[in-house]
Design a protein around this ligand. Structure first.
Ligand SMILES: NC(=O)c1ccc[n+]([C@@H]2O[C@H](COP(=O)([O-])OP(=O)(O)OC[C@H]3O[C@@H](n4cnc5c(N)ncnc54)[C@H](OP(=O)(O)O)[C@@H]3O)[C@@H](O)[C@H]2O)c1
Length: 231
């Protein structure tokens, strides 16, 4: 029997990444990456409980050595860069540490994780890198000087990488959600009904992963249909 394709999901311990891991596990063996060991172990158990197969890989995506040790050389079909942090503050209130953390997790980690897995994809002539961007990656808002800057960088990274590796048979996609009801940046409070659910983000990821091999969905924006609708 052929073995399942393998997917790596960063930030699989909660929120959108957890939903992506659960959804991909219907068809893939999932490697879930994050720092919270207990939460990752729970995701692995939940996947096993649904008949899927998963592995927890606890690591910090900003740690280049840990990423190389944990991921280099693995044969991976789908890599979902989902790990992200957001501190929404005007620039003058944003501390150097907050700025640096957003740059490290949202931008620099793309380099570390992609560098670990892309060589194998290019060598095999197939693979798919999916990056979770944000509508903040093409718009501006007060408090977005740090976070929106990182998500603009994500858009640039994704399009440049797509042009670089498409002829090697590797797809690159960016999925950009609007507001999603997770614990991200204080979300998920009273506005939760006006937000996408994490499952909505996962469904969007599947809609870029599912098309046939010759079809590339490079950019996808996803929103809740009606933020003002009651119920
Ligand atoms: N929620 C929204 O409204 C929204 C909208 C558009 C885009 N997004 C994007 O969607 C992605 C997921 O957001 P979310 O709402 O699901 O956030 P979340 O619930 O806060 O989850 C963030 C995930 O990132 C992981 N993570 C953070 N720093 C990490 C690090 N240094 N190393 C490894 N993993 C790390 C966390 O895992 P550990 O704590 O276990 O490390 C966690 O699993 C982010 O890229 C975010 O920018 C979110």
């Amino acid at each position: 029997m052929p073995s399942h394709p393998v997917s790596v999901v960063t930030g699989a311990s909660r929120g959108i990444g957890r939903a992506i891991a659960m959804r991909l596990a219907r068809t893939h063996r999932v490697v879930g990456v994050g720092r919270d060991r207990a939460a990752l172990a729970q995701v692995v158990d939940d996947i096993a409980g649904s008949g899927g197969e998963a592995e927890a890989l606890p690591l910090d995506v900003t740690d280049a050595d840990a990423v190389a040790r944990g991921l280099s050389g693995r044969a991976v079909d789908v890599l979902v860069h989902n790990a992200g942090v957001g501190v929404m503050k005007p620039l003058l209130e944003l501390t150097p540490a907050e700025w640096q953390r957003m740059m490290d997790v949202n931008v620099n980690a793309l380099y570390h994780v992609t560098r670990a897995l892309l060589p194998g994809m290019v060598e095999r002539g197939r693979g798919h890198v999916v990056i979770i961007g944000s509508i903040a990656g093409r718009s501006a808002f007060v408090g977005g000087a740090g976070y929106a800057t990182t998500k603009h960088a994500v858009m640039g990274f994704a399009e440049n990488l797509m042009l670089e590796v498409r002829d090697a048979g590797v797809k690159v996609s960016v999925v950009s959600p609007g507001s999603v009801a997770t614990g991200f940046s204080g979300h998920g409070g009273p506005r939760a009904s006006a937000q996408l659910r994490p499952d909505g983000g996962a469904a969007a990821v599947m809609s870029v992963v599912d098309p046939p091999p010759e079809v590339l969905v490079h950019r996808l924006e996803v929103r809740v249909l009606s933020p003002n609708r009651k119920g």
